[in-house]
Design a protein around this ligand. Structure first.
Ligand code: DON
Length: 568
């Protein structure tokens, strides 16, 4: 019976296959592409195109978001996910805003010390590689909930572009091939059987990625909505996969997974209104705290990425990340003092000891040597439509290709989001982030996130839609995308292209992008006491700016990834 359904679905997939339309408007030099009535910016041209296809058929921004989300699963398996989760910030055409939390949850069998050995030490990689690292996925429930509230076209239409891409294949970019190659050893360790992702001799640019099993999984979701994932064949496959590798996700975990609609956190910044993600993401709270600090300074005057500006941003950041480590967690399990953290009086005091000329040491607050690991993947997309709806979504498997386990027969990777919990107080996770009680593991709890999907208004009108991947660096990258436009007068594309920096309290350093900080600025910062380290890239911001003539500028981070803005 189940087999018959499988083959019927494959036949349907073959029927809906059709030729792809050419890609929409390309970028220009200093401005990104301009759309008169719609704009999508995502991590991959084919995902952007999937959303545009839906909007050309009359779909709204939310329909397009669902199409983009499922398409990213196919063309960007590093982070695109039905095996993961994320957050959406929404502002509809009436100017009403809300947020959708489809973050993964700890399985019911999870426990506080599950990643510790008998001496109470964290067992390396246990929360990152393999079945035990996976939280209960939230993405399909998230897309289904988004559709129930805001969708306009038939649900089944929204999955057509993704199913077509999975069934017929797409050509890998150089970056996609290299990401797959980097993960080959881990794929072999985490999977007992061959998956399409494992390729002897390695992947090359232009290779075709055909994912028939994934096409079948997507078509179950196409036919049965959320039940096509959390019940039936796909649920069977997930639980079987878990059992084969001592993972914890059960049928009950899948069936009882629930999204949460949450009130956004909001704040003011120099005449703009910031609408962002509340806990269990730390992103919105931290962003608004940073912006309250930035209100104290005239960064336009101190200048973009001068030592004076970088120093002040860093001093704000170290204080905000210290708060994050102590106070932020899943609000359903821990009383997060959001009102206190967003109180301007609190932040005024918090920032009152900033010395304009000299760094304050993080060691005064907490000691510890922590490392930030580079190789990570999340993804963000921003969408606006002709009716004035806007959606900002950041979504992830956590590390690239998540826990590297592909569900046998179902063709998708599971997340390793459990690593976002604090496995032990004060011991850093893969992003060097520390935490304590607020973010301790508990059954059914959501792990703390840094994802910061954000929408900015000016004069009650849509002004900007922004967000990025990048683990701990998400908050500071979104912060800079906003400062670059508001304080430094950049176009969206310039704001996305500009060199980024990051600091997070611990480790007590500033991270800069390699080759993008002048020697002069570096030595001035060092003279103030800062230690600078370099990384190849920070974040991949995909953002949209609403221009005064009512058109939209897309800013895709095409220098740091395969990201692509398209509109019409
Ligand atoms: O939720 C979080 O904050 C992390 N799991 C995000 C991971 C991430 O951004 C990795 N990406 N580049």
């Amino acid at each position: 019976m189940k087999k018959n359904l499988f083959f019927t679905i494959l036949a349907v997939i073959a029927l809906i296959a059709c030729k792809q339309q050419p890609l929409a408007i390309q970028k220009t030099s200093e401005r990104g592409p301009i759309g008169d009535s719609a704009m999508i910016v995502s991590a991959h041209p084919l995902a952007t195109e999937a959303g545009l296809e839906i909007m050309r058929q009359g779909g709204n921004a939310f329909d397009a978001a669902i199409a983009v989300h499922f398409a990213l699963q196919v063309v960007f398996p590093e982070a695109g996910n039905i095996g993961g989760g994320g957050f959406a910030v929404i502002r509809n055409k009436n100017g009403e805003s809300t947020t959708l939390d489809f973050r993964e949850k700890a399985p019911k069998a999870a426990s506080r010390d599950m990643y510790l050995d008998e001496n109470g030490d964290v067992i390396p990689l246990k929360s990152r590689l393999g079945h035990l690292a996976a939280g209960v996925p939230g993405s399909v429930a998230g897309m289904w909930a988004l559709y129930q509230e805001y969708g306009s076209l038939p649900w089944s239409d929204l999955l057509i572009p993704a199913i077509r891409l999975a069934y017929h294949g797409h050509l890998l970019t150089e970056l996609a091939a290299s990401n797959l190659n980097d993960a080959q050893e881990d794929f072999k360790k985490a999977n007992k059987y061959g998956t399409w992702a494992i390729k002897e001799g390695g992947w090359a640019k232009g290779d075709s990625s055909v994912q028939r099993e994934l096409a079948a999984t997507l078509s179950f979701i196409q036919n049965q909505g959320r039940d096509g994932f959390y019940k039936g064949i796909v649920a069977d496959q997930i639980v079987k996969e878990m059992q084969s590798g001592n993972g914890l996700i059960s049928f009950e975990d899948l069936e009882t997974y629930e999204v949460k609609w949450r009130q956004p956190v909001t704040g003011e910044y120099k005449g703009h209104r910031i609408i962002s993600m509340p806990p269990p993401s730390s992103g919105g709270v931290a962003l608004i705290q940073l912006l309250q600090g930035a209100e104290r300074y005239d960064f336009g005057k101190t200048g973009h990425n001068t030592s004076a500006t970088i120093h002040l941003m860093t001093e704000l950041e170290r204080r905000v990340y210290a708060d994050r480590a102590t106070y932020l967690g899943d609000p359903d399990y821990y009383e997060v003092p959001v009102a206190m953290l967003l109180d301007p009086e609190y932040n005024k005091k918090r920032y009152s000891d900033i010395n304009q000329k000299r760094k304050t040491s993080s060691e005064d607050i907490k000691e510890g040597k922590v490392e930030i690991i580079e190789s990570v993947q999340t993804t963000h997309y921003s969408i606006v439509d002709r009716e004035g709806n806007a959606i900002s979504v950041t979504t992830t498997l956590n590390g690239y290709f998540g826990c590297k386990v592909m569900v046998q027969g179902a063709g998708f990777f599971l997340n390793n989001e459990m690593d976002d919990f604090s496995a032990k107080p004060g011991i850093p996770n893969m992003f060097g982030l520390v935490g304590a009680e607020a973010n301790a593991i508990a059954p059914g709890k959501r792990m703390l996130s840094s994802m910061t999907p954000t929408i900015v208004e000016k004069d009650n009108r849509l002004f900007m839609v922004t967000g990025t991947p990048g683990g701990a660096t998400i908050i500071t990258s979104v912060f800079q995308s906003i400062l670059n436009v508001i304080d430094h007068g950049m176009t969206m594309q310039e704001a996305v292209n500009a060199p980024r920096l990051h600091s997070q309290w611990l480790p007590d350093i500033i991270v800069a992008e390699k080759g993008r900080l002048s020697e002069k600025t570096q030595s001035e910062l060092e003279a103030m006491g800062h230690v600078i380290e370099f990384r190849s890239g920070l974040g991949k911001v995909d953002a949209i700016l609403a221009l005064p003539d009512s058109t939209f500028e897309g800013g895709a981070d095409y220098n740091r990834g395969d990201d692509y803005a398209g509109g019409f």
